[in-house]
Design a protein. Sequence first.
Length: 574
Amino acid sequence: MFYNPTMPHLYKKTFKGRTYWYLREVHRVGGKVQLKWQKYLGTPETILAKLEEAETSGKPSRLKTESFGALFVAHALEQELDTIGIIDSVVPRGRNETGPTVGEYFYYAWANRMIAPKSKRSLEQWYRKTAVQQIRPVDLTQLTSERYWEKWDRVSMEQVEKAGRLFLERLWAGRRQSPDTVLFDTTNYFTYMATKTGSDLAVRGYNKSGKHHLRQVGLGLLADRATSLPIHYKVYPGNLHDSKLFEQILDELFGVILGFTDGNKTLTVVFDKGMNSKENLALIDAQTRIYFITTYSTYFADHLAGLNPKHFTVLDTPKNRRLEAENRADDRLTAYRSKLTLWGRERTVVVTFNPVTKRKKLHDMTRKLDQLKTELVQFRQKFRDQEPQWRSPKTITTRYHKVCEQLHISHKFYRLAFTDQTMSFRRDSAEIEAARNLMGKNLIVTDHHDWDTEAIVLASLDRYRIEQQFRVSKAPCHVRINPMFHWTDSKIRCHLLTCIIALSCLRLLELKVGGPETAKTLMEEMTGLNSVLSWYKAAALPIVQIEEPNEIQTKVLTALGYTIKDGSVLQFEN
């Protein structure tokens, strides 16, 4: 499918008595005639020489390749989801507004995020290397950072949140099956916003990437367990604790979750222990159609988590069956099921044990204990020599705790003792053995008393699906929310909406193709599918053809309802 260009024409310029000829093409954008492209042909003498050469060789006088495939994928998904129409319905064109609409600015931003994320300053140059004028013509001089700030300044918090809801509703409108189990998790994204720049969203807090010195923005994401497609998202201040966020938006989530159900269908929400609180679980308990599965700290139920693995039962899971077939039966996941009163009610508790995880943690602990011992030997020598800043037992103890924090190991594993000028330390075997007993263990808590153990464990393990979505959102090759070079809350919200759309479209593409290839592989392959413009002597227009697609490119085009025939993209008949 092509968008045929208008008729090109010859354009003459005279300079110092000499004639120079150009081939140029214009098109109408926003009611105004804009130059689409221009090619210098030369003087009459050089043109004649080129024509004679073309007649002799039979080759085109000029060739140009443009990146076609990846942008065509974004355009095909846009035709299905109509993000432009959704956003323009929320933020209509102003009375004197010119150029692309707000919805179009969002589209050109999320399409780029889906393919090869660039800053708004680099968008124009990036699009010039693509076949955008064949796919969705635009005046590229309008895609500047200044124009983006101008357009996005018009979008209020209420409008961007409404646009996000409408987009996710459209994303799910055509799906055959509604969710029955949903996953909720949070993450944060750092910014380089200066301390004095006003913002309610970008604040300092615990950063999951370790960049605690930077201001950050939080994002809560609710996704379907079966497809990993987003259902709802929430932008929040970066210093808000997970449990507090969960408490604030639970009513909002209940409305979204129950909106996907028919009749008396029940739903299960899966989250991790960071969301746990008595208040949150009480709100969930009050919902008759919503169940939960969460994790729980092994240290608060060590009488269960510390059980000998010989009391555990091997689970009947696909991975365990595969390990058994590979003669790795000792590596299989096992579980112990019990009941425990938590948050005012009796809950079903499943303790899982992973031998592989325990071996890794034991190796890691041995390494860290040895490293900690080396540090303590140096501390002891400095205290013995009464070096400056090393004479106070309190100071040394503080530094010891800091080293433990950096190594992510308990300070209880070594006991420090001081006399007048002597420092000693010894390992606490009881503490170390207690920690070893908890290694490889995980506690799962649920109110699904009727589910079998395998179903509970598999649902909890599937939290990796939403964690994978967060990894994609932070990857440098696609989406790339981090770092956010936006200095106002309104633009941060707009930026995050474009990223949520790009993230959703990448996952939707994976589902449509249905193969083992990841979205990263699919987009990289489609980026390599180019269009070729060929200029011949006798042709009034350049001939536009698409390269022959490889196997993966063909799979993607077929999944979207298209094929390439004789160098043209054709849509299948319904």
